[in-house]
Design a binder for this molecule. Structure first.
Ligand code: FMN
Length: 452
């Protein structure tokens, strides 16, 4: 076998909804904490993503972008934001840089941190599924390879305990969903090929799902059906708002790992519901959130069950399933061959080696650095200091490297973003009212929020 042919599946293209992706590698969403004032794109963050596209990743999923004004007041550290047209300029430059280097890009849009959020002065109540429910991280639940020295950092230590929460009202839920979809359309204008609804790791969307964090007694709490309502409504509205041009995906945790937490079977049931509504891909992560953080940023031991977990989802669905954490290309190729998933995500592997796909597909494994999961990147990110990597001294310096710059327009680039060519429906209206003619005219069926 020629060296180049060792990984035929990893090198094969895939269609996700309307979007063609050139290979099976994606950059898993990571909040790289390189954003600027009010969550804007910086030269540093644009070039960081461009470098991963240059390195051969077919798809790049951004770190969580905070997609409502209220949510942006409760970020932990630093995130990119998208809640006004002023954010579009930087995001447009970011998508353009990725497209220039031949990649496709998905915007991971978050409706907020919920009870895992912190206000600037740690004094405001964090809007969440339920009131008076701050989280508390247990040190013994951290991954084995966490560097406990980092706890001497004030910001990281402050994150061990959450601030108090208040319950979001039903009106507030609806207005947040509506604002989220309006900003999703702004992502379309900025040139994103895909939208990924951020619903894993104990953040707001996940909080509604879990009986651990959702103690509501209204239509958004109680039974599993009611706890799914917030996310399913958001998916339905997002599907409508996307129109036909962009693909829509969702990231969820495969299960929670605490007693009484959401089971894998329940999450598969949720994934099937979302597939029925019309999502184009499912991206899998794991764990109940900060209280189970060892399953969020996994060490090697806690990754072992992932291929089987992904297979359980894949067997129950028709849409592509994406899975992160397979750093070793031989393991990654086997996961594809065994039908565990359709795409392989590199989180920290793309940090240490942004050119991983090009090296792997060219058979240059002796040049490939494999991530040791030392989590320096994570600890820097948690402190809001911008990711850095002791084994990749150029991380964060990509802006100063010529090869990652954008040049004259290439033939493969599109002048019109997919969202605009295929059209997006008008949503800037009281669209939860049944009698809305604009919604009826648009060919995707839409039922607004409200009791089902
Ligand atoms: C610094 C850092 C930031 C992360 N930020 C996000 C995020 O914004 N959204 C998300 O869904 N997952 C996030 N993750 C989780 C990764 O997407 C991924 O699931 C995890 O790191 C495991 O994959 P890996 O072993 O390839 O790193 C983050 C991980 C790290 C290390």
């Amino acid at each position: 076998m020629s060296k180049e042919n060792q990984f035929p599946l990893l090198g094969s293209p895939i269609k996700i909804g309307p979007i063609e992706v050139k290979n099976r590698f994606f950059v898993a969403p990571m909040n790289e904490t390189m954003s600027g004032v009010q969550g804007t794109v910086t030269e540093e963050s644009r070039a960081y993503y461009a470098a991963r596209a240059y390195g051969g990743y077919g798809l790049i999923v951004t770190g969580a972008i905070i997609a409502t004004k209220m949510a942006a007041r409760f970020v932990w550290g630093r995130n990119h934001s998208l809640y006004s047209m002023t954010h579009v300029q930087g995001l447009q430059q970011l998508t353009e840089a990725i497209h220039y280097h031949g990649g496709k890009v998905s915007a991971q849009l978050s409706m907020g941190f919920g009870r895992q959020g912190h206000s600037d002065d740690h004094d405001e109540l964090a809007p969440a599924a339920t009131a008076n429910l701050p989280y508390e991280m247990c040190l013994d639940k951290l991954a084995n390879n966490w560097d406990k020295r980092a706890l001497s950092s004030n910001t990281v230590r402050a994150g061990l305990v959450g601030q108090n929460t208040r319950e979001m009202s039903i009106d507030e839920i609806h207005s947040e969903q509506k604002e989220y979809c309006r900003n999703l359309q702004r992502a379309g204008i900025a040139g994103f090929d895909m939208i990924e609804i951020h619903a894993p790791h104990g953040y707001l969307e996940h909080q509604f799902l879990s009986a651990h964090s959702n103690k509501r007694t209204d239509m958004y709490g109680g039974s599993w059906r009611n706890r799914k309502r917030f996310l399913l409504e958001t998916v339905e509205q997002a599907r409508y708002a996307c129109g036909y041009g962009m693909a829509l995906g969702v990231r969820i945790s495969g299960e929670e790992h605490f007693e009484g937490g959401i089971t894998r079977e329940e999450m598969i049931d949720l994934a099937q519901d979302m597939e029925k509504i019309g999502i184009d891909y499912l991206s899998l992560s794991d764990g109940g959130g900060y209280e189970e953080v060892g399953h969020l940023i996994i060490d090697a031991d806690r990754w072992e069950h992932w291929p089987q977990m992904a297979k359980d989802f894949k067997d129950a669905l028709k849409i592509p399933v994406m899975m992160a954490g397979a750093h070793d290309p031989k393991v990654a190729e086997k996961c594809l061959a065994d039908g565990c998933c359709d795409m392989i995500g590199h989180g920290r592997q793309s940090v240490i080696e942004p050119h991983s796909p090009n090296l792997i597909l060219a058979g240059k494994l002796d040049e490939l650095k494999i991530c040791k999961r030392c989590n320096t990147c994570l600890l820097r990110a948690l402190a809001g200091a911008g990711m850095r990597c002791p084994f990749n001294p150029n991380l964060g310096r990509e802006w100063a490297m010529d090869e990652y710059n954008t040049g004259p327009m290439q033939k493969h680039e599109n002048l019109m973003p997919p969202a605009l060519t295929a059209g997006m429906p008008v949503i800037d209206l009281p669209w939860w009212k049944k009698e809305l003619p604009v919604c009826e005219k648009f060919p995707i069926p839409f039922r607004g929020p409200g009791p089902r």
